[in-house]
Design a protein around this ligand. Structure first.
Ligand code: GLN
Length: 277
């Protein structure tokens, strides 16, 4: 074991095959020391209590609990979101949905937005935070997720412009109309869930991952029901899994949706599908 505590953490993270071991060691140490990570020097001498806390955090990370769920936050788009295992971790792949939604809303001078399956709130709240005239509703089947979304809305000081409702779009009616709908529904085929990284399959909620037999079951439901929650000419902006974009477009077109468009994520994957009612 290295006599430099930081190096010890790095070595243990390397052994556990964690990507970016130096960055993660630095973030875990800063958190253990209650210090802002941008100001923290990893070679700082730690006291016994800080070392104990750091080793406790390390023991969780080497078992592949995700870093963001240990730290309790994740940076997404321009903002910081609280996360726990009740919500899907925000991923950079999804930032294209935020950019796309904001562009459409500004172009059309739209007033309101609905998110189906709001989770942590990272999509809806990022959009609301950037468009101060906009109001939003976020629905989710999980009360625990809505609690986290509410907390994030308060942190971003936009809680007076957003309402969260516990609703299931397979059964319930949102009973209101909006200019734009966004959704990142569960899209992993059920049989593939066991092959996902431990960080995902053990710590993201299954209800936010499982897209049924072929991964497309939530898209079929949304294509069938979401039109009645949109004003005429309104758009839906959807995240899709790798290789799903064309199938999702076919599902929506078969239900009468039109003007399909595609956007790529940062890794050049067809990640975002836009359709019009
Ligand atoms: N992006 C997540 C993953 O691939 C899945 C999220 C989802 O099903 N919507 O692990």
């Amino acid at each position: 074991m290295s006599d430099i505590f930081y190096n010890h953490l790095v070595e243990e993270l390397v052994k556990a095959k964690i990507d970016s071991p130096r960055l993660e060691a630095r973030l875990l140490l800063a958190f253990a020391c209650n210090c802002d990570e941008s100001l923290f020097c990893p070679y700082t001498a730690l006291n016994a209590e800080q070392k104990r806390r750091a080793l406790q955090l390390l023991s969780r990370r080497v078992q592949h609990e995700p870093l963001d769920k240990i730290l309790g936050y994740r940076d997404f788009y321009k903002y910081r979101f609280n996360v726990n295992s009740d919500v899907l971790t925000p991923r950079p792949d999804s930032e294209i949905l935020v950019e796309t939604a904001i562009e459409i809303i500004k172009k059309n001078q739209w007033h309101n937005i609905l998110e189906l399956g709001v989770g942590s709130g990272c999509l809806l709240l990022s959009i609301l935070a950037d468009v101060p005239s906009l109001k939003g509703v976020g629905i989710d089947i999980s009360q625990a997720a809505l609690k986290m979304a509410q907390k994030n809305a308060e942190n971003l000081k936009i809680s007076e412009r957003v309402k969260f409702l516990q609703l299931d779009y397979f059964k319930d009616d949102v009973a209101a109309k909006f200019d734009l709908i966004v959704a990142n529904p569960p899209y992993i085929p059920t049989a593939e869930i066991r092959n996902l990284m431990t960080e995902v399959k053990n710590y993201d909620p299954l209800s936010a991952l499982d897209g049924g037999k072929d991964g497309l079951c939530h898209y079929r439901q949304i294509a069938a029901v979401a039109g009645k929650w949109l004003n005429d000419g309104g758009n839906i902006v959807l995240e899709v899994g790798i290789g799903q974009a064309e199938d999702v477009i076919d599902i929506f077109m078969a239900q009468g949706w039109k003007n399909a468009e595609l956007r790529l994520d940062l890794a050049q994957v067809k990640r975002c599908v836009i359709l019009q009612k």
